[in-house]
Design a protein around this ligand. Structure first.
Ligand code: NAP
Length: 281
């Protein structure tokens, strides 16, 4: 029996659907059953728990063989606690294996706000004694589209403090495919790096978006302070700081790695960023 956390989210529900369609015994961990009914295939088995509630997590994990832990989101210390609670509950419930979605940039020297959070989760997994498969994911294509490309559509100017940094984005759909494959393969490595198949400059990203929406788009690198003041679409803290430090990490080329691991575990090529934009933009 495989339990998927974050099952009402974009990646989690994709994982639930794929596992169910492959005939696996899947349980969706959700916070709100009514919302979950609208987002998950009818008949999906659900257990209710919140990452904040370790007792509820322990109950949810009873009888589960494999846990798919989709990373949580929010303020860093909260996310760190969520992951710690889930890993502790899985350990005490004697889960056989944990598949966890991490990020490519967990380096100690990284400026990225969330790097210490994911480093901590990976360390806890290693110490837990539960065999784990970690998928270090690149930036989601969907994130780049929603947070950076769409807001720049009107002006035609994509201004970010990423200098000449490149990224190899991967769609959330492909991440879900990789997670479902990793959760069900028997022979597994400890760590997979899940990226798109091309490291793109932001000039190429802006041009690709321009092509997809039929208007001229261009990229310019800007100072971090300018990004923070101009980014009126950014929600409250921690997001401005999180996004700015992500840009700093990209400028240091920490997101440019292209890995073939996606193809190795799924047997297919990841969707290219251009194809993603044509589909989603
Ligand atoms: N690599 C990237 O570019 C990138 C970008 C953004 C995020 N991420 C990470 O990838 C993860 C998955 O992305 P996504 O797009 O699927 O996110 P999403 O659509 O926002 O889904 C997040 C899921 O986490 C659940 N959740 C949140 N807080 C919870 C709590 N306290 N207890 C239990 N469940 C909780 C949500 O449940 P509810 O429906 O009940 O709220 C939802 O199911 C994110 O959570 C984040 O860690 C990566």
């Amino acid at each position: 029996m495989i339990l998927v956390t974050g099952a009402t989210g974009h990646v989690g529900r994709g994982v639930v659907r794929r596992l169910a369609s492959l005939g696996h015994d899947v349980v969706a961990m959700v916070r709100d059953v009514e919302t979950a009914r609208l987002r998950l295939p009818s008949g999906t088995v659900m257990r209710v728990a919140d990452y904040e509630d370790i007792t509820a997590l322990k109950s949810a994990f009873v009888g589960i063989d494999d846990l798919v832990l989709i990373s949580s989101d929010g303020e860093a210390t909260t996310v760190l606690r969520h992951h710690a609670n889930a890993i502790e509950a899985a350990t005490s419930a004697d889960v056989r294996r944990i598949t966890f979605t991490s990020i490519v940039d967990i380096d100690e020297a990284s400026p990225f706000y969330f790097s210490p959070v994911y480093r901590d989760a990976e360390r806890r997994l290693a110490l837990s004694g539960v065999p784990s498969t970690i998928l270090r994911c690149g930036l989601y294509c969907d994130f780049v589209l929603d947070h950076w490309l769409r807001p720049s559509r009107m002006s035609g100017e994509l201004a970010l403090p990423v200098e000449d940094g490149r990224i190899a984005p991967i769609s959330r759909d492909d991440v879900a495919t990789a997670v479902a494959a990793a959760a069900t393969h028997e022979k597994l490595r400890l760590v997979y790096t899940i990226t798109g198949n091309q490291a793109l400059s932001f000039g190429e990203i802006a041009a690709a978006y321009g092509q997809a929406i039929g208007r001229q788009m261009q990229y310019s690198s800007c100072p971090e302070a300018e990004y923070l003041t101009s980014a009126s679409t950014l929600p409250d803290e921690p997001w401005p700081h999180a996004f700015a430090t992500l840009c700093a990490s990209i400028a240091e080329d920490r997101y440019s790695q292209v890995s073939s691991d996606f193809t190795d575990i799924t047997g297919q090529a990841p969707e290219s960023f251009h194809d993603f934009l044509l589909r989603a933009a």
